[in-house]
Design a protein around this ligand. Structure first.
Ligand SMILES: Cc1cc2nc3c(=O)[nH]c(=O)nc-3n(C[C@H](O)[C@H](O)[C@H](O)COP(=O)(O)O)c2cc1C
Length: 205
């Protein structure tokens, strides 16, 4: 149920980003599964134009940036939460993902990330399943004054063995995703009620 009356429980909305441009990306598959697993009270809209975002330029960003960046920033600002499925490259956050986050983190006063509830997860063929990339993202979200959901951490390890015909087959990961989504909904609602039922800071309604 969508309503402008914030005293009435409504469906929450999230933007989902998979930080990979690879055809057959495990993180894209992960996000697809997360969308299917999300509870009725949380609608997740995937952002599909990551490949179109140009290299970050602070001068341009302070003017708002190109249309695709404006679209992403506006979508994240209007959403209750941001859900990220990240790969890990060379022990770090993929450049394309960090690039997009840098673009939407400014201009000051119009950040897409300030006050935003963020849920992190990631998939990798390794046994650490993007732990280091997710740790780096958590650090970045301190500076952007976002609210990262602390628990549980979702690391899809040995990702090449976890999907069958696009479906996540690992019951452990599936359970953790369910918990993470529930905790995301709870954190959004807690932050709103702590502010007298006001919109989550940064959100446009
Ligand atoms: C340049 C490069 C660096 C990588 N570094 C890491 C790494 O540090 N940790 C890791 O777990 N996997 C690493 N990998 C493997 C990726 O996790 C793997 O390619 C994964 O499938 C990428 O995510 P995607 O499937 O969503 O595209 C690396 C792959 C490449 C191409």
């Amino acid at each position: 149920m969508m309503t402008d009356d914030l005293t009435v429980p409504r469906t929450l909305r999230a933007v989902g980003i998979a930080g990979s441009l690879r055809a057959g990306s495990y993180n894209q598959l992960l996000l697809d599964n997360v969308i299917r697993l999300s509870p009725d009270e949380l609608e997740i809209e995937p952002f599909t134009r990551l490949a179109e975002i140009p290299p970050f330029n602070e001068d341009d960003a302070r003017q708002g940036g190109p249309a695709v960046v404006v679209e992403l920033r506006d979508a994240v600002r209007a959403a209750d939460a941001l859900i990220i499925a990240t790969p890990e490259y060379n022990y770090g956050v993929p450049g394309v993902l960090k690039n997009a986050l840098d673009w939407i983190s400014i201009p000051p006063g119009n950040s897409g990330l300030e006050g935003k509830v963020v849920a992190l997860m990631g998939a990798s063929p390794s046994i650490l399943g993007t732990a280091r990339a997710q740790s780096q993202l958590r650090q970045s979200f301190v500076f952007t004054q976002s609210h990262v959901v602390n628990h549980p951490e979702v690391f899809v390890t040995k990702a090449h063995t976890r999907f069958e015909n696009g479906t996540l087959t690992d019951p452990g990961a599936t359970k953790l995703i369910g918990q993470l989504l529930n905790n995301t909904v709870k954190l959004v609602r807690t932050l709103r009620s702590a502010d007298g039922n006001a919109p989550v800071p940064g959100a446009v309604r």
